[in-house]
Write a new protein. Structure first.
Length: 493
């Protein structure tokens, strides 16, 4: 069976950008920047983007393109004993897939509420008590299934499933060609109105005004690196799968630069949008900006609805915002599921239709854990360990394997041969020295801090089970698959 291919270069770029731009840009990036020193966050963020994000993207596009396989097959071709890293990455993707869809589900519900602002004036109480119905739950005492959350999640799954089931060109590429232009239009529509609101500029000043006291804080650097890998969808099987469908004649360097720059440009635009609204809100309520912002999850589902209440024509701007969130989330969710589906197709030789049905069907059932009263807590805890422990570990190991064993120089000469413009020696320096060193320090600090202080005040038993235990289980299962796989499984199907 011949490997599927993208129909056009634009199709691939839109799909890669569609994966990169997601909830991470609209919902996570602004509050990350806010919490980590505003303008001071941009220095580590841009540093991570240039020295880790771009080289990583070039590296993953080259791996997928050259080795023609989803992550497990690609790594097994680098060396049979590295297949486990591919599975570890596929497991990261699988876990992200089941909680990411919950946030898309919330966004779909909020899209509905935004037409009439039926979230009322106390948006905090609405989100936590009325919508999530969070009681005294814990991540392991989840309460019962909430159908008003489960149904929008099912809608999101149905769209993702339809795209994956219909194939790379007929499903994913087609969906990206509709979703990405729509998303850009929505954001342009929003931003042209928002930046002219009174007070918006104060919000932007707040976002861009550097707080240099934070620049030496290891947490800020960790946040910046974590954000770059998450937002670029690298290090967890997605971009390797997407680039494995590139036609032979493809320009890797250019595609990688474009994907990274469009994504980061979009993040900054989303930051402007959100902080513009917050500045306006602060002015309307005559309060300092810090008092109107609630960080984290609350930014998109508590603060933004409160701001929408105050906007002129909220019934237009509100739906525009939540539709943008839904569209951005869906195109990313599709890519996460494709990373998993593609690995299953490679490994088990299943048809796409069968693999898509099994993967999405199972994913749907498991994701229902997040549609319960305690779903938010479960999401918060798992998201922390996946991003700060599993993903950074996976990225570090990938850099070491490719940089030192597979040879960064080979990747560079491979990609330079097929690309319009060539990349210099800086690529190897970043892949072999700079990024692994930065990641080792950041990951080391994260591990020690999390080990000593736990996270978010959750019980030790919950951290052991859903944090450390989960990551360890992913590793062990990945290694078992690797040990039991026969060399012929690695041949091209
Ligand atoms: N890159 C996506 C985002 O920023 C997330 C990823 C899990 C597909 O939201």
């Amino acid at each position: 069976m011949k490997r599927e291919q993208w129909g056009s270069r634009a199709g691939f770029i839109l799909a890669a950008v569609g994966s990169a731009i997601g909830l991470g840009n609209i919902w996570r990036f602004p509050y990350m920047a806010y919490e980590n020193g505003g303008g001071a966050f941009f220095i580590p963020y841009l540093f991570a983007m240039l020295t880790a994000g771009i080289p990583f993207m070039i590296m993953e596009f080259s791996l997928g393109h050259k080795l023609r396989g989803a992550a497990p097959r690609a790594f097994s071709k680098v060396g049979i004993k590295f297949e486990w890293l591919g599975w570890f990455q596929v497991f990261i993707a699988t876990i992200i897939a089941v909680y990411y869809v919950a946030v898309i589900g919330w966004a779909i519900s909020y899209l509905g509420h935004s037409f009439t602002q039926s979230w009322g004036t106390d948006t905090n109480a609405f989100f936590f008590s009325e919508y999530l119905k969070l009681g005294d739950n814990t991540p392991t005492q989840l309460g019962s299934l909430q159908f008003h959350i489960a149904i929008p999640m099912a809608i999101a799954w149905a769209i993702t499933f339809a795209a994956i089931f219909s194939g790379v060109k007929g499903g994913i590429e087609r969906a990206s060609k509709i979703m990405m232009p729509l998303l850009f239009l929505l954001v342009i529509g929003l931003i042209t109105r928002i930046v002219f609101l009174p007070g918006a500029m104060d919000g932007l000043n707040y976002l861009f005004q550097p707080d240099f006291s934070k620049i030496l804080d290891a947490k800020v650097w960790s946040a910046a690196y974590g954000q770059i890998f998450f937002t670029l969808s690298v290090g967890f099987a997605i971009m390797i799968a997407y680039s494995s469908y590139l036609p032979e004649k493809s320009d890797i360097n250019n595609n990688a630069f474009m994907t990274v720059l469009i994504n980061c440009g979009f993040s900054i635009t989303a930051g402007i949008l959100i902080f513009g609204v917050l500045g306006y809100m602060a002015q309307e309520q005559a309060k300092p900006l810090t008092e109107v912002v609630s960080a984290g999850v609350g930014l998109a589902f508590v603060t933004i609805p409160a701001a929408i209440n105050l906007l002129p024509a909220p019934y237009i701007l509100g739906p525009l915002f939540f539709l943008a969130l839904v569209v951005a989330g869906l195109s990313s969710h599709i890519s996460i599921l494709e990373a998993v589906t593609s690995a299953i197709i490679d490994k088990l030789n299943w048809s796409r239709k069968k693999a898509a049905s099994v993967v999405c069907g199972t994913g749907f059932v498991v994701s229902m854990a997040f549609a319960t009263n305690g779903g938010l807590l479960l999401l918060d805890l798992i998201d922390y360990f996946i991003n700060n422990v599993a993903l950074l570990t996976s990225c570090l190991i990938e850099l070491l394997i490719i940089g030192w064993l597979f040879k960064a120089a080979d990747v560079r000469s491979y990609t330079n041969k097929i690309s319009e413009f060539t990349i210099g020696k800086w690529f190897e320096i970043c892949i072999r020295f700079l990024s692994p060193a930065m990641l080792a320090v950041i990951l080391g600090t994260n591990l020690v801090n999390t080990f000593n202080d736990g996270y978010g005040g959750y019980a030790m038993s919950d951290l052991m089970l859903l944090g450390w235990g989960l990551v360890a289980a992913m590793f062990v299962v990945a290694v078992i698959i690797n040990l039991t796989s026969k060399p012929q499984t690695h041949q091209e199907a």
